[in-house]
Design a binder for this molecule. Sequence first.
Ligand code: ADQ
Length: 738
Amino acid sequence: MPRNPLVVVSNRLPFRVVRGDDGRTKRIRSPGGLVSALTPVLTTRGGVWVGWPGTAHEAGKRGAAARTHRHQGFRIAEVALSAHDIASYYSGFSNRTVWPLLHYFVGRMEVDPAWWPVYDSVNRRFAEKAAEAAPRRALVWVHDYQLLRVPHHLRACAPHLASALFLHVPFPAAEVFRILPWSRDILHGMLSADYLGFHVESYVQNFLASAQLLLGCDVDPARGVVRYDGRDVHVGAHPISIDVAEAEALAGGVSSAWRTTTDAPIEIIAVDRLDYTKGIVRRLAAVEQVLERQPATARRLRFTQVLVPSRERVPDYSQLKREIDEAVGRVNGRLSMDGWSPIRYLARPVPREDLFAMYRQANVALVTPLRDGMNLVAKEYVASQLDDDGVLILSEMAGAAEELQEALVVNPFNRDAVAGAIQRAVTMPAQERRARMSALRARVRAHDVHAWVTEFIDAATLAVKQARSRVSPALDDVISRVGPWLAQRPQIALLLDYDGTVTPIVDRPDAARLSESARLALDAASRTPGIDVAIVSGRGLDDLRQRVGLSHVTYVGNHGFEIEGPAVRFRHEAADHVSTAMNAAADALRELRIKGALVEPKGPTLAFHYRGVPERDREAAVHRARAVLRRKRLRAVQGKLVIEGRPLVDWHKGHAVLWLLGHRYGTDWPTRVRALFVGDDTTDEDVFRSLRGIGRSICVAPFVPSQNAPSDYRLPDPQSVIALVRWLSAGGFRPAPP
Ligand code: ADQ
C-alpha cells in the first residue's frame, strides 16, 4: 500500500492543555489506546492531528487560539471553540441528541433546533482546518459521532482529498436512527466520505439499511457498498482493540498467585467512564442480589467499582453520579459488617499502573453496559490475565460481545441473569476458566490496536482507489434509479425549470439563451408519444415562450401565475389585481438607483436582480428592495441573487404544477402519470416539496446541496439535464420488448 500522509480529525487532540500551579500551561497526554496507536503512524507517515484542545477560547481571540504547532514529530492544528460552540455542538447536539439516540436511549434524546446549525458549522470549521493543514495526497481520517458532517464539508472545500470516517459508538437500527430529525443530513454527511468504518458487522448492516430507507440509495449488503451520488462508498467492520504489549507490561508488574488460594477474597472488578449507557446502577443491583441471596459467596466477595467522571457539564451525568453514590452507600450501609464492606468504590481517574494491577488481581470482570460501541475495558481485562485465568462477564449489548464469545455473555437488563453469571463465575472450575480465558486472550493478542490502525488505513486506501477510479457520472446514477420508476406508468410529465436547468446561469437574465442542441432535444421529447413537456419558470410568459419557441410545449410562467400550452390556458385571479401595484413597485425600485441592479417587470410579478451589484453592497441593496415591496404590499421571495415581487397570495410553482397535472390528467393523475421535475433555484424547492411522494424531482447543483434538499436526485449541470431529456425521448426507460 502506498504510504500517503495521514490527517487525523477528532473532537479532542491527543493531549489536554492544563494550567499548572505556577500558572503556566502544560500538555497532558490523553489516555486511551487510540492516541498510542495513532501517534507512531503519524510520526512515521507524517501528517497532522486536527482537534479541539479542550478549553473555551474567549471571543475575539480566535486567531490567537487556533494555532498550528508540532508535537512528537507531527503537526497539531487546533480548532478553537467558543463557550457557545461547546454548549451547542458538544454538550448539546453531540452528547444530548446524537449520543443517546445512537445508544438506543430514545427517551433521553433532546431535540433543540438551535443546536443543529452550530453542530454543522463547527463541523465545517473542522473540515476547513483539515483541508488547510492537509499535505497533498493525504488521507483524512475523521473520528466519531461529534464530526459526522465533516466529510460533507471536506468534499465541498477540498474535493481532491480522500477521506474516511470511523464511528466509535453503535450505529442503531434504521427505524431508531430515523427518529433523529436530522438523520438524512447526517447520512449525507457520512456518505461524502470515501470509506466508512464501524466496530462490528451488525452496525455496518444497520447503516446500509438506513442509507436505503432514508435516502433511497442502492446498497449491496454482501459487499458492504452504498451507491451514493454516483460513487461507490465502501463500508466495513473494524473492531477496535487495545495496546496489548502495553497492557501486558503493566499487568506483569504484579502477582496474582494468591487468587487461587481457598480462603482468599474473590475480587470482582468493574471499570467505567461515568455514563448511563454503562448500566452501573443495574449492575449494582445484581451484585446486591448475589450478596443477599448467596451468603456463602457473599462472605468472600469484594466488588470494586472504578468510575472515571465525564461530561460533567451535562445535567443527566451529575444526576447519574448521585444515583450511583446513593446505590453504593445503600448496599454498603445495609451489608457491611466487622470492618468489611462489600463494595469498594473509586470515583476518580486511576493511574494506568494501578488500573492494570487491579485487572490482574481480579477473579472476575463485570462488563455490563446497556449499550456500548465496543468496550475496551473487556479487552483490557482479558489482556491482563497473563496466566490465562479469570472470568469475563460481558453484556450482549456491547460490540465486544460479537468478538468475545467465550465470555459469559449476559443481557444486562436481566438482573437474575447477571446475578446468575456472577455466581457461576465465582464457582467455575479452573479448567473451564482457563479454556475460556486462553481463547479470549489469544483473540485479543492477535488483533491489537496497531493491527486495527493498519487494517483500517489499508481498507480505506483501497476503497479510495476503487471509488475514485470508478466514479460513474451522476447521470448514469439518476438514470438507473429513475428508469424503473418511470416505466411503471404509460405517461410521463416532464417539468423543467428554465434558467440554470436547461440553460447555464449567466450574468444578465436577457443573455440566457437556449442552445440549439437543447432546443432540438426538448422538441424531440415534446413530440414523443407518452411524454408531455412543460417549462416552469419565474420568467414572464411571453418571454419564456419566445426563448423556448416550441409549439408542443406547455409554458408555466411568472412562478405559476400564468400557464399556456396545448389545450390549457390559465391565469391566476390575483394576477389582474396586482398589476398597478406591480408597476408602481418596479418604478420605485428603479428610483433606488442601485448600481448594478436590474429591475424586470413581468406583469403579475417582478424581479429585482442584484447579481451585478458589488458584493459588499448586496446586503444593503436587498434590504432596500425588500422595504419597497413591503410598502407596496407585495410578497418578497428570495431566489438566486434575485428578489421576486409577487402578489400576496399563497401560490407558487409547486401549486401551479399540481394544478396543471390535475387539469390535464384528472385528480387521480399519480395512478397514470409519472411526474418528473428538474430545477435548480430556491424557488424550485416549492415544486420539490409539492411533488414529494407523488412525483420525483432532480436538483441541478455541482455538489450535493449542503442541507438536506427536498429533491430525490441530483444532476451537476444543464448539459446532463439535456442528456437526460434525450435519453427519455429515445425511450431508454421502456422495458425492452420480449
Ligand atoms: P468509552 O465509552 O470511553 O469509549 P471504553 O471503550 O470502555 O468506553 O473505554 C474506556 C477507557 O477508559 C478504557 O481504556 C478504560 O481503561 C479507561 N478508564 C475507565 N475508567 C477509568 C478510571 N477510573 N481511571 C482510568 N482509566 C479509566 C468509546 C465507546 C466504546 C469504544 C471506545 C473506543 O463508547 O464503546 O470501545 O470509544 O472505540
